[in-house]
Design a protein around this ligand. Structure first.
Ligand code: LLP
Length: 501
């Protein structure tokens, strides 16, 4: 996805000095925490075949990392596609690291299954958008649904993000993390009265309204609260998108948005309704888009609609092009963020309309991994099956969307031949596989990293089979901070009651 750039260090410095300490007291995991077999790499211990270029003598590991990532940024700029990014997760001194922290050390300290995020990767992914948006009036609204962990929201708020929310729960999370209500847009097809009222009271930037009935309801609530509601009508542009059917939203028959044929009339009606201030139009055609065409077609439809409204004396202030920017899980080659934004900018032409975007996956997807331990190895038919301690309860994307996530050995074996393996979780469901048919040599007790799981990973986890949700850690250089501790068994039962005698 996003390579770290020369701007990274400046951006990080700004975020820190503007805001002071971002995290609760962090836990530095140093070389001392690593097992003797897997020391934390320092200096120029980059191993061959890895992304971390070794620097000149005396150059720090971090400087070498940044230097190598600069190279990747340049190659991306040249290619015009999102380059195979330089990952913050790389093997050094025999062990996979997150930035400068060994995953072996993290597993020892926090246990598994464990979600691990790279602060640098999130920061840089966000910067990728802001760089491309330079000179364009915009609001970048991170889609909270992709990963709503408080510290991640806090980091993004400090970087200047707005937020795209879909529930009052997400609203409260953003506010708790220090997000600015004036930078929140509220999407979603099923907003309840209490959710609309709370968002009105909080003073959010805009409601992305998805039906006439919702518009009526919001109008009544706004009048009752004597608080005008800024509204964008979300359009279903009916463009076919090549992505998994579960994550397309802008096709005929989708539950999302208002049919294009009805959109203009509804916008004109919105402009006259009491309590409503129509400020924009919006769409979101699907997630994990790997082509520009559908995004461009939808963008043009939105801007044409804005033009028609302007001709009827209904001027807008913004156009919200949604999210959906695809990332690289394996063999995909999604367009660079700058290319998506270039298409939206071209659609806007010289119009005085602010550009809103709602990226989720592209900000956090490649910044996270799921660390899991092999419990057992067995054979089933011709298969070697690795039974690991994470499953569909931690990462539901493989069973739900047939999603492919790279699985990497944290401490690769040199002497043991790799074999085709399935990686299965402990959950009592036949669909509970994290990966199928991978060349792995992993043995019982070994650690595996399921890559590119920062988006729609932890946030979609469940307690099925009475499994406590995993802990989450954010790494920043050599420092690791526990941003969500592992749930306890007692917490799983905390909200329940036994029958009276
Ligand atoms: N805006 C709206 C209105 C959305 O519905 C979504 C995602 C986004 C923005 C952010 O899309 P992104 O930039 O993250 O692609 N659980 C699925 C993805 C569901 C996406 C739902 N809507 C997955 O794991 O692939």
């Amino acid at each position: 996805m996003n390579a770290l750039s020369p701007h990274r260090s400046g951006l990080l410095r700004r975020a820190r000095t503007a805001a002071g300490r971002l995290w609760p007291e962090g836990t530095a995991v140093s070389a001392a925490d690593a097992s003797p077999d897997h020391p934390v790499a320092t200096g120029n211990q980059a191993s061959g075949g890895d992304h971390h270029a070794s620097g000149s003598a005396g150059q720090s590991a971090a400087a070498a990392v940044i230097a190598s990532r600069r190279g990747a940024t340049l190659s991306k700029a040249r290619s015009g596609r999102a380059a195979a990014s330089t990952s913050p997760f790389a093997h050094r001194a025999g062990a996979l690291h997150a930035e400068d922290v060994s995953l072996v050390a993290l597993a020892q300290r926090y246990g598994t299954p464990l979600y691990i995020y790279s602060r640098q990767a999130i920061t840089e992914a966000f910067a990728d958008f802001t760089r491309a948006l330079r000179g364009t009036p915009h609001l970048l609204c991170y889609a909270v649904k992709a990963n709503g962990t408080l510290a991640i929201l806090q980091l993004l708020a400090r970087l200047g993000a707005g937020f795209d929310i879909v529930s009052v729960g997400e609203l409260e999370r953003v506010l708790r993390a220090g997000g600015d209500a004036q930078r929140i847009v509220f999407s979603g097809v099923g907003k309840r009265d209490d959710e609309l009222a709370r968002a009105l009271a909080a003073g959010i930037r805009c409601f992305n309204v998805e039906s006439e009935a919702e518009l009526q309801r919001l109008s009544a609530l706004a009048v009752a609260a004597d608080t005008p509601a800024a509204v964008a009508i979300r359009i279903n542009p009916r463009v076919p998108v090549r992505t998994h059917p579960h994550i397309t939203t802008g096709h005929a028959g989708a539950k999302f948005g208002v049919e294009l044929t009805q959109a203009e009339a509804l916008c004109r009606r919105a402009a006259t309704l009491p309590g409503i201030r129509l400020t924009g139009v919006a769409c979101h055609i699907g997630s994990q888009l790997t082509e520009l065409e559908a995004f461009t077609a939808a963008a043009e439809m939105l801007v044409q609609l804005a033009d028609r409204l302007a001709r009827h004396a209904v001027p807008l202030e913004h156009v919200d092009f949604g999210g959906g920017f695809g990332i690289r899980y394996g063999s995909e080659s999604p367009p660079a963020i700058a290319d998506f934004i270039g298409r939206a900018r071209a659609a806007l032409g010289g119009r005085r309309l602010e550009m809103l975007l709602e990226p989720g996956r592209a900000i956090v997807g490649a910044a996270g991994i799921l660390l899991t331990r092999v419990e057992y190895v067995k054979r089933s038919g011709h298969r070697r099956v690795l039974i690991v301690d994470a499953g569909m309860t931690e990462l539901i994307r493989p069973p739900l969307y047939d999603a492919w996530h790279e699985v990497r050995e944290v401490t690769p074996h040199s002497g043991v031949p790799a074999e085709n393996c399935d990686v299965a979780g402990p959950v009592c469901e036949s669909a509970d596989f994290l990966a199928r048919d991978r060349r792995l040599a992993a043995q019982p007790r070994d650690l595996l990293a399921v890559m590119t799981t920062g988006a729609y990973g932890a946030v979609m986890s469940s307690n099925y089979n009475a499994r406590p949700r995993a802990a989450e850690v954010l790494v920043d250089g050599t420092r690791a901070t526990l941003i969500r501790r592992r749930e306890t068994i007692a917490e799983l039962m905390a909200h329940e009651a036994l029958l009276p005698e």
